[in-house]
Ligand binder design. Structure first.
Ligand SMILES: [Zn+2]
Length: 430
């Protein structure tokens, strides 16, 4: 996934010319400016290669308006270098730097903030920068501004109590095993009968699959001791040594007086405590889907579980660059009766995107219901049902939202009439 950082520099440009001087100095440090390149190309078409004009003069109708500051500002600039797109937005009291790292680039930051500060110090009148002490590195905005996806009216998102997603590598591996239908069904079978004789389990599962469940500590083998005389259950032990060497060699059956170790001993499977916990309320699904979202590139700190307010609960809330994505998980068919409450929560708490993941199917009625609802909103609910390659599809979904939101984050800073840079940005983000 792409990466975005927003930094505010405690320096405000006074005039368009002042900013232009700095922008040109930045361009000399191998950052390619977008608007100034456009103007440069136009100038060279006129045969005026060295003619420098401020963008504000060229894009005459263009008035950059930063919605939260209200009012006209200095024309911003977009710079490109390596796998970075950097927007510099002069605001009334600060200068906002938006750094977007391309998803194909894993690391390596151009020293933009340092370069930019040096350019200010060298180009701007020294009387203006004399007492200016920029603190480097700059601290990024902790929370990206909320993107409005056609929402109207206030929402109650901030009222929700968010619980940070948290799981261990081991739990994630367990959850992944449990995501396989036949293995999960076997686990549910064991849970129902409390203990399943190994022989019975082998009817449904291969030895290899049973080993897999054991290796991931989802199930464990126990030994059931039964009276050879009347078949009553005497005890279950988890350690065979206990039976052969220790207690089993001392305790005698109250019915037939045999030593426990001489009674009928059967291997049985039972669920580990971790497995029981993952099975409870289908917690495995929360862990599994979270892991897939994390693999898609969303930091785990941006994922919350069971976001709730009174009886309302949202299984997973993901923050992607300021867009809120609500996930509803169902380890069964998602029916019309599930659709109403989810739709209510989605609107009440201002979800920007909604995803329904089910291990079964989505009832046609439920799908139809959302289709009717989504006409009034720019974003719709997406369905992921049985048979979907979730690892692939969720990644695609997350990236799609990421790109859409990045463009929204950028364009809210670059309200410019006359130039629509979005088609280029969209192409660059691919
Ligand atoms: Zn007995």
């Amino acid at each position: 996934m792409h990466h975005i950082t927003i930094l505010d520099l405690t320096f405000a440009f006074a005039t368009e010319t002042e900013f232009s001087t700095v922008a040109r100095a930045v361009a000399k440090r191998s950052y390619r400016p977008l608007y100034r390149t456009l103007i440069g190309s136009a100038a060279s078409a006129f045969g005026l290669p060295s003619f420098n004009t401020d963008p504000g003069q060229i894009f005459k109708e263009a008035r950059y308006v930063y919605e939260e500051e209200g009012g006209e500002g200095i024309f911003p600039e977009l710079f490109f270098r390596d796998n970075y797109l950097i927007a510099v937005v002069p605001l009334k009291e600060t200068t906002r730097l938006i750094l977007i790292r391309h998803h194909t680039s894993k690391n390596g930051t151009p020293p933009f903030e340092q370069d930019f500060i040096e350019c200010i110090q060298s180009e701007v009148d020294g009387r203006r920068t004399k007492n200016w002490r920029p603190e480097v590195p700059l601290i990024p905005l902790k929370e990206l501004p909320r993107v409005n996806n056609g929402r109207t009216g206030p929402d109650r998102f901030s009222d929700l109590v968010l619980n940070p997603a948290s799981y261990t590598t081991e739990e994630a591996e367990m959850a992944e095993v449990m995501s396989q239908d036949h293995l999960r069904n076997a686990i549910i079978g064991i849970a129902r009968s409390v203990k399943t004789k190994l022989g019975d389990a082998e009817k449904d599962l291969t030895k290899q699959q049973i080993e897999q469940l054991k290796n991931h500590r989802l199930v464990r083998t126990e030994y059931l001791v039964q009276c050879r005389g009347n078949s009553s259950t005497l005890c279950t032990v988890t350690d065979k040594d206990d039976l052969v060497i220790n207690h089993g060699n001392k305790l005698r059956c109250p019915h037939c007086n045999r030593l426990f170790k001489d009674e009928l001993v059967t291997d049985v499977l039972s669920l580990s405590d971790e497995c029981k916990r993952l099975l409870d309320k289908s917690h495995w699904m929360t862990v599994w889907i979270t892991k897939l979202i994390v693999i898609s590139g969303v930091p785990v700190q941006h994922i919350s579980w069971n976001a709730s307010l009174q009886s309302d609960e949202i299984d997973i809330v993901v923050d992607i660059f300021g867009s809120k994505v609500f996930f509803e998980l169902k380890d069964r068919e998602f029916g019309l009766g599930d659709a109403f409450p989810f739709n209510h929560r989605f609107h009440r708490y201002g979800g920007d995107h909604g995803a329904i993941v089910t291990t079964d199917s989505i009832a046609t009625e439920a799908e139809k219901f959302f289709k009717e609802q989504s006409s009034s909103r720019s974003s719709a609910i997406r369905f992921f049902s049985r048979g979907t390659d979730l690892a692939v599809e969720l990644q695609r979904y997350v990236e799609e939202i990421a790109i859409r939101t990045l463009i929204a984050q950028l364009t809210r800073h670059l309200t410019i009439s006359g130039v629509n840079e979005v088609p280029w940005i969209r192409e660059w983000l691919k």
